[in-house]
Structures are given as structure tokens and as C-alpha cells.
Design a protein around this ligand. Structure first.
Ligand code: LMR
Length: 395
């Protein structure tokens, strides 16, 4: 059986990690996978997580099955984090269940959409996270793209996006990034979200919002503004969220899927299908990460500490954006890279060629995704001179 298989190339993002780890150059820089790093280049466990872990260790008294929804406390806290005081919660039209990471939420969303309509089409932005297309296709959806990033002007092709969304069919789904667009860092502003929400309402497509970076853009509520606006306008919607980045719980695999229905009874029917979808894939989600998140969100002290730690990560990333742009100018680069400071979250597309990306890797041990996506968190005061000099050389 296995003899029929052909080897596949390494994942474009995760493959970089392995190469970086093997590289013996002491100057190597990892701008690949989207994980937060501190000034020392380390992805430390948040203090609030450490405290929550101690609390759980002392207080947890069973490891018995918890069921396909996961912990109801976690689900409740997550829905408040995502929606605040939104009417969808007051009207009891939302159901949130925990999933194995944000990727698990997306896969469950895809299988759920397939239950609504076999072979349904989902539209994703051009470009989008490298794993979106494979993930949706693996679940049997048809993936199409709408214009999003204007590579030439390093801005949003909003007219192109809106025109394309007006043409999608009412029983298609459309994937939107809530904030910190991966890979471009180019987000919709509030007015643009309003316009997209109006198109979603008039066309009737299903918005599927991927929120992997809540709190990494402008703030927890600010980053959810667009999806809350969307939920004001449409009757049905899906949100996939992740605790990997904002709680630093990457390897614990904890995220959530929220479905919004037309009414409380309609969403109960949809939720029964969602739970079936989960049961036949992985039965029930892992519990540890959810237990940490609910402990943090349930305690005023730990929640405040989390807000402070999240702000520190956000501010460092934003500071890195300006730092790199200033250094490039200092090293004599005349090309305008100021767009990097206007983008949000973990990533920007540097806009250099795949050959130049490869040269940075081969000759300077600087690792970024082939599309020239940089994880801005990998920049530090200690490596920015070398980074800017190396970019100047390959340019
Ligand atoms: C990324 O885009 O680098 C992250 O979302 C990690 C991943 O799984 O690709």
C-alpha cells in the first residue's frame, strides 16, 4: 500500500524551523514560523500561564472524559473574549466549543460547511495563510481566491476584494482574517469592515472569520471589531479562534469554533451537527490548554497580568517594525519599506524575490517563508544590524 505514495516536500512554514535548528551559524535569524520571541529570541511561557499551571496542578482531581464540546467554562469565557457584550450572546444565537488549536477549529469548520453543502466553495484572500488551501481542500471544499493584497503598492486591493465578493454565490463561504492578516499584515479598517459586512448581508454568503492573533494588532476589543460588526449584519457566521499566540500556548493546541445561527433553536440544530463532526474526527478536544485559559480568564489577577503580558508582546512587535525600517535606511537602502510600519501583527511581506529570500537563507542564515513573509517577532536589537545589512546586500 505505502509503495504507491510519492514523497511530499516539507511544509513551507514548518520545514523552515527544522532547517533553522540545524544551521550552525551563530548569526542565524529565524523570521519563519509565527511564534512570538522575546528580545533574547526565546519563546518564554507567560507568567500568568505558569501561575495557572500551578493552580491546576494543585486543584485538578480527575482526567475523566469531558465530551466533544470541551469545558463549558472555557467556551463561555472564549465567547465573551470574542464577542464582548454583543447581541449574538444576549440573543443566545452563538455556540462555542473548544478545538485542538485554531487549525483544528478551521478543519471542524470545513467539515461542518461540507455537512451544510457537499463540495461547497470557500473563498480565501490572495494571499492567505499557506495552510488554508490545503486544509479546506483536504476536507473536500472547493477553494477559490479573491483579490486582497496589492503587491505593487504594498496596500490593500479593497476595490478588487469588494468587486469579487459581490460576485460570490449565496451558498459559498468566504474566509476573512479578523486581524493581523497572515501573511501580509494588511488589515481592513473599520469602514472597510462595514462595507464587507454589507456585501455579506446583501449577497448572503457565509462569513468564516479566522482570528488567530486577537490582541496582537491593536488590542483585544479593537482586533475583534470587524467580526463583531459582521455579526451585527448577518444571520449566520463562523469564527475560528486560537489561543496559541495570545496565550503563548502553541503546543497545547487550544482554540475554539463559534457558530452563530439565525435563532437560538436554529443554532442548536447546527450545534448538534457540529458536535457530530467533532465526534467522528477526534471525539473530544484536549483539556489542558483550555483549563489554563479558563483559569486565567476567571481570575481578575491573572486576567490583568495576561493583558499586561499581551501588551508587552504587541508593543515589542510594533517597535520592531519601526526598528527595521529605520535600520534599512541607516544601511543605505533607498527602496521604500515604510509600509512595514503601517501593517499589523506578526507578519509582513518584505516584497523581495524568491531568489533573494533563498540567498538570505543560504548566504546569511536568515530564514523567512519563500513569499518573503517575515515573522516580525524574530527581529531584536541584537540582530537588526545584521538583518538590515544582509537585506541591503541581497537587494
Ligand atoms: C504561521 O503562520 O507561521 C503559524 O500560524 C504557524 C503555522 O502553523 O503555520
Amino acid at each position: 500500500m505505502f509503495g504507491r505514495l510519492k514523497a511530499l516536500p516539507a511544509d513551507p512554514i514548518l520545514g523552515l524551523l527544522a532547517k533553522y535548528r540545524e544551521d550552525t551559524n551563530s548569526k542565524k535569524i529565524d523570521l519563519g514560523v509565527g511564534v512570538y520571541k522575546n528580545e533574547a529570541g526565546h519563546t518564554a511561557i507567560l507568567d500568568c500561564v505558569k501561575k495557572a499551571e500551578k493552580y491546576r496542578n494543585d486543584n485538578e482531581d480527575t482526567k475523566v472524559y469531558i465530551g466533544p464540546t470541551g469545558s463549558p467554562i472555557f467556551n463561555d469565557e472564549m465567547s465573551k473574549l470574542i464577542f464582548g457584550h454583543h447581541k449574538v450572546l444576549l440573543e443566545n444565537r452563538a455556540r462555542t466549543v473548544s478545538t485542538p488549536g485554531g487549525t483544528g477549529a478551521l478543519r471542524v469548520a470545513a467539515e461542518f460547511i461540507k455537512s451544510c453543502k457537499a463540495g461547497a466553495t470557500i473563498w480565501v484572500s490572495n494571499p492567505t495563510w499557506a495552510n488554508h488551501t490545503g486544509l479546506f481542500e483536504a476536507a473536500g471544499l472547493t477553494v477559490k481566491t479573491y483579490p486582497y493584497y496589492d503587491y505593487e503598492n504594498k496596500t490593500l486591493d479593497f476595490d478588487g476584494m469588494l468587486a469579487a465578493l459581490k460576485e460570490v454565490s449565496a451558498d459559498d463561504a468566504v474566509l476573512l482574517h479578523a486581524c493581523c492578516h497572515n501573511p501580509s499584515g494588511m488589515d481592513l479598517n473599520n469602514e472597510q469592515w462595514q462595507q464587507v459586512a454589507e456585501v455579506a448581508k446583501s449577497v448572503g454568503f457565509l462569513p468564516v472569520v479566522d482570528m488567530a492573533y486577537q490582541g496582537f494588532g491593536e488590542g483585544l476589543d479593537e482586533d475583534a471589531y470587524g467580526l463583531r460588526l459582521m455579526a451585527d449584519s448577518v444571520e449566520e457566521m463562523i469564527v475560528c479562534s486560537s489561543c496559541s499566540k495570545n496565550f503563548g500556548l502553541y503546543r497545547e493546541r487550544i482554540g475554539a469554533i463559534t457558530i452563530i445561527g439565525q435563532s437560538s433553536s436554529a443554532v442548536d440544530v447546527a450545534n448538534s451537527v457540529l458536535l457530530y463532526v467533532i465526534r467522528v474526527i477526534y471525539s473530544m478536544p484536549p483539556a489542558h490548554g483550555a483549563a489554563l485559559v479558563e483559569t486565567i480568564l476567571h481570575s481578575d489577577e491573572l486576567r490583568n497580568q495576561w493583558h499586561a503580558e499581551l501588551k508587552e508582546m504587541r508593543d515589542r512587535i510594533n517597535g520592531n517594525r519601526q526598528l527595521l525600517v529605520d535600520k534599512l535606511i541607516e544601511k543605505g537602502v533607498t527602496r521604500d519599506f515604510s509600509f512595514i510600519t503601517r501593517q499589523m501583527g506578526m507578519f509582513s511581506l518584505l516584497g523581495i524575490t524568491p531568489e533573494q529570500v533563498q540567498q538570505l537563507q543560504d548566504e546569511y542564515s536568515i530564514y523567512m517563508v519563500g513569499s518573503s513573509r517575515m515573522s516580525i517577532a524574530g527581529i531584536a536589537n541584537s540582530n537588526v544590524d545584521y538583518l538590515a545589512e544582509s537585506i541591503a546586500k541581497v537587494l
